[in-house]
Design a protein. Structure first.
Length: 351
């Protein structure tokens, strides 16, 4: 067994990351979207990388604090997002990768256990493990992380994982049941669950926008669609994803054929907000989910926007919000502006 107490000052930063050491604590964030949109490219493009390479079986112990539930621990080309940790609480996170088992602990409590991870069945794993894997840390855009300590332990034979809970306990919705709004949000911390309930009630009553709530079959996304305007808002909730977005969506003509957007009033809404609060409009402009890959020439997901002579290409025209409670207020202000503009448009049409 070999233990590595990582010197936090030795981490190397890649992509759009900001960092500084404060009294022995590493403080970092990323300023751009975590993922590429191409599925066949490396997912993590903005991250802090630890020195050296590591081999299974191993245990990763991290003591950290985040201001929004999002912390990516990236091992090789795969990652775990501890997105259900409480915001602003110091948490001890343990990831144990054994050859035939995997486990996640938070403050000593088992939160995940699996004997069916892809690497366990990969014919290439033995060779890749002999070469070793890099270890990285990242987060969702604008999430602030404070890392207090990192320890990596490599084992000679086995990490000795002991399964504490039945894997079925981790499911908020049994696989045979249709997901409901309540089951989707049942695993969220109380403050976030209350924020989602408040947003749900508000969205379903505002006019002239008429949002219809939809829940995907896996119970991992709650969508609110205003089909008359081609506008939508979505809350993404799963074991490794936790954020919310809004966009003027692209109509589809079958599974792989995209049409056009029914409307795209993103710039108009930003300019409308800037009339009364230019700082807020500028901040929202920085919320766009940037295109960092794309699907080649003619990719219809690439959506260019201009505001105050600044240009950005956004993936699917999405505006991204993390799970800070204040960002629910930001999303509500933006949607409220869309609602006001829709009302003004209807009044003009009636006249």
């Amino acid at each position: 067994m070999t233990e590595h107490d990582i010197d936090l000052a030795s981490l190397k930063f890649h992509g759009r990351t900001l960092s500084e050491m404060r009294n022995g604590t590493l403080c970092m964030t990323v300023t751009h979207a975590f993922h590429h949109c191409k599925p066949d490219t490396i997912r993590c493009v903005h991250y802090a990388e630890m020195p050296g390479i590591y081999r299974l079986p191993l245990r990763i112990d991290i003591t950290a604090q985040v201001d929004a539930p999002s912390l990516y621990i990236v091992f090789g080309e795969s990652y775990v997002n501890d997105c259900h940790i409480p915001a602003n609480d110091l948490v001890d996170i343990t990831l144990i990768y054994d050859l035939k088992k995997m486990q996640i602990l938070k403050n000593g409590e088992e939160r995940y256990y699996s004997e069916r991870e892809k690497y366990m069945k990969s014919p290439e794993f033995k060779k890749m493990n002999a070469e070793g894997f890099p270890l990285r840390i990242s987060c969702n855009k604008r999430t602030n992380i404070e890392i207090h300590s990192i320890r990596v332990t490599e084992y000679d034979g086995t990490a000795g994982i002991v399964n504490i809970r039945d894997p079925g306990e981790y499911r908020s919705t049994p696989p045979t049941e249709k997901p409901t709004f309540e089951s989707c949000i049942s695993g969220l911390p109380d403050a976030l669950r209350n924020a989602v309930v408040d947003m749900d009630g508000w969205l379903r009553t505002i006019r002239p926008l008429k949002f219809k709530r939809q829940i995907d079959k896996n119970g991992t996304k709650i969508s609110y669609v205003a089909s008359e305007q081609g506008f939508s808002y979505a809350i993404h909730i799963s074991d490794d994803v936790l954020y919310h977005t809004l966009q003027w969506y692209i109509l589809t003509q079958g599974k792989e054929t995209w049409g056009k957007r029914k409307s795209n009033r993103m710039e108009e809404t930003l300019n409308y907000l800037a009339q009364s609060d230019p700082d807020f409009a500028r901040r929202l402009f920085n919320n766009f989910y940037e295109c960092v890959g794309g699907y080649g020439p003619g990719c219809m997901a690439k959506s260019p926007y201009t505001f105050e002579n600044k240009k950005i290409i956004s993936c699917h025209g999405k505006m991204y919000f993390n799970m800070n409670l204040s960002e629910f207020d930001d999303a509500k202000r933006f949607i409220g502006a869309v609602n006001e503009l829709t009302g003004k448009g209807e009044q003009t049409h009636d006249e």
